[in-house]
Ligand binder design. Structure first.
Ligand code: HAM
Length: 432
């Protein structure tokens, strides 16, 4: 038997109803905040991620699905391609490629699969889905403003409320600008020098290549040492400090609670200033539902001829669905009516009726049985099993009278309804 590849999974009904509920809800929220959908390719040139996300990050160093193109055209041969591990770099690439700075402030969202070669476990997959939002634009339209950071964070809380996730924690930090980080990295290197020998192998490597990443370490034995390391807040310059204060002031004013976490440096190199994660207790070890932050230098690092500061976040949709209180059953639409043809030649009549009902009210869920069942009892069983609200009996007498027996399955109540009134009658009790 051929099975789905390790770390990938099939999303099956009824769970897909939950996914659709989440996506429909977030689309509504994005519309209300004037965000517009962008769809970028799921593979890009490897260089985009190497330059965008950073060569020294775990994502680029260990987790990407990369291959060399075997294209027929000479120009394609040997090109290194990668399944996108995240979508901020792709969106910024598209922004530059299509010279979107002329359009002022761009608010984008995208929903789609990402790929990382991580060790699979609950909430961590090799193909997973992200709901991504980005605000990008030239500084002249306020893309650098702390108002944007606060707007993005407020948007996240509205999204979580609307899909029904309570009990989240917003962890917030400022990682400063690149110059602040150079100083911070130097201080970290110096502080790590005498103690790093006692730390895990990853930390020993990071202490040399990218000391900031030591703060991401989850190894319990390393934690007491990490607690003694310098803090990024001591290295923020005046402008970064003020920016962060202003973000916090707006969050306080709109009533969004947050926890400051100075160790939150995020696993991608493009971040500047505001960095954040939303965590949720229901998730266990992989507790980040979403992460994001500001990336003021990314566009230029990817070749933009002009600055395009930005800020955004990506929700792990798999994890969001895992932390939902709603169940698939509660959001899945069951058939409003099961049409049961009774007797020879009735498939034709039932098909006509199904078409009429489906066309007269697009919100009705109509299931069509078939006359091979012969006995009405079997149709009733089928209707019951799928949770239909009504069963509609289509027999010779009904067709002659042009009025049909409509039985409410829960109450057993049966009425005869003229063809012209059927759709209204079925929709009525449902509000459909
Ligand atoms: P990230 O923190 O790498 O950020 O990923 C965002 C979210 O994607 C995580 O919080 C998590 O919920 C989900 N996620 C990541 N890896 C996996 C996995 N292997 N399985 C399941 N879920 C996963 C980014 O990707 C940035 N591009 C976010 C961003 C947008 N920053 C600015 N704009």
């Amino acid at each position: 038997m051929i099975k789905a590849v390790r770390g990938t999974r099939d999303l099956l009904p009824p769970d897909t109803a939950l996914w659709n509920f989440v996506e429909a809800t977030v689309r509504d929220v994005f519309r209300a905040y004037n965000f517009h959908e962008i769809r970028t390719p799921i593979f890009e040139s490897t260089e985009l991620f190497a330059r965008g996300v950073g060569e020294e990050t775990d994502i680029v160093a260990k987790e990407m699905f990369t291959w060399e193109d075997r294209g027929r055209a000479e120009s394609d041969k040997g090109q290194s391609l990668t399944l996108r591990p995240e979508n901020t770099a792709g969106i910024v690439r598209a922004y530059i490629e299509h010279k979107m700075w002329d359009r002022g402030l761009n608010k984008f969202f995208s929903i789609g699969p990402m790929f990382r070669r991580e060790r699979p476990q609950k909430g961590r997959y090799r193909q997973f889905f992200q709901i991504d939002a980005e605000i990008i634009g030239p500084p002249s339209v306020g893309s650098e403003s702390p108002a944007r950071d606060a707007e993005i964070l407020e948007l996240v809380t509205t999204l979580l409320d609307r899909v029904g996730i309570a009990g989240w924690t917003l962890e917030l930090n400022s990682v400063g600008c690149p110059a602040d980080r150079v100083k911070f990295n130097e201080a970290l290197r110096a502080a790590l020098h005498p103690v790093v020998g006692k730390m895990c192998a990853d930390c020993q490597r990071r202490a040399i290549t990218n000391p900031l990443r030591v703060l991401d370490c989850k190894v319990p034995e390393d934690q007491p040492i990490i607690e003694t390391l310098p803090r990024i807040s001591q290295f923020l310059d005046e402008a970064c400090r003020t920016h962060f204060e202003q973000v916090k002031e707006i969050l306080n004013a709109v009533g969004i609670p947050y926890t400051l976490n100075e160790r939150l440096v995020r696993g991608l190199d493009y971040y500047t200033r505001t960095a954040f994660e939303f965590t949720h207790g229901a998730l266990g070890a992989q507790n980040a539902i979403l992460g994001g932050g500001r990336y003021d230098g990314l566009a230029e690092a990817l070749g933009s001829p002009q600055p395009a500061p930005g800020i955004g976040f990506a929700i792990g949709e798999d994890r969001l669905v895992l932390s939902l209180a709603a169940t698939a059953e509660s959001v899945q639409r069951k058939p409003d009516v099961y049409i049961a043809p009774l007797g020879a030649g009735m498939d034709r009549e039932a098909a006509k009726l199904a078409r009429e009902l489906r066309r007269s009210n697009k919100d009705l869920v109509v299931e069509l049985g078939d006359e091979s069942f012969r006995k009405l009892k079997k149709s009733f069983e089928a209707a019951d099993k799928m949770g239909a609200r009504y069963i509609l009996i289509v027999g010779e007498n009904e067709v002659k009278a042009d009025a049909f027996a409509l039985k409410h399955l829960a109450t057993g109540q049966q009425v005869t309804v003229p063809r012209a009134e059927l759709a209204k009658r079925i929709a009525h009790a449902n509000g459909a």
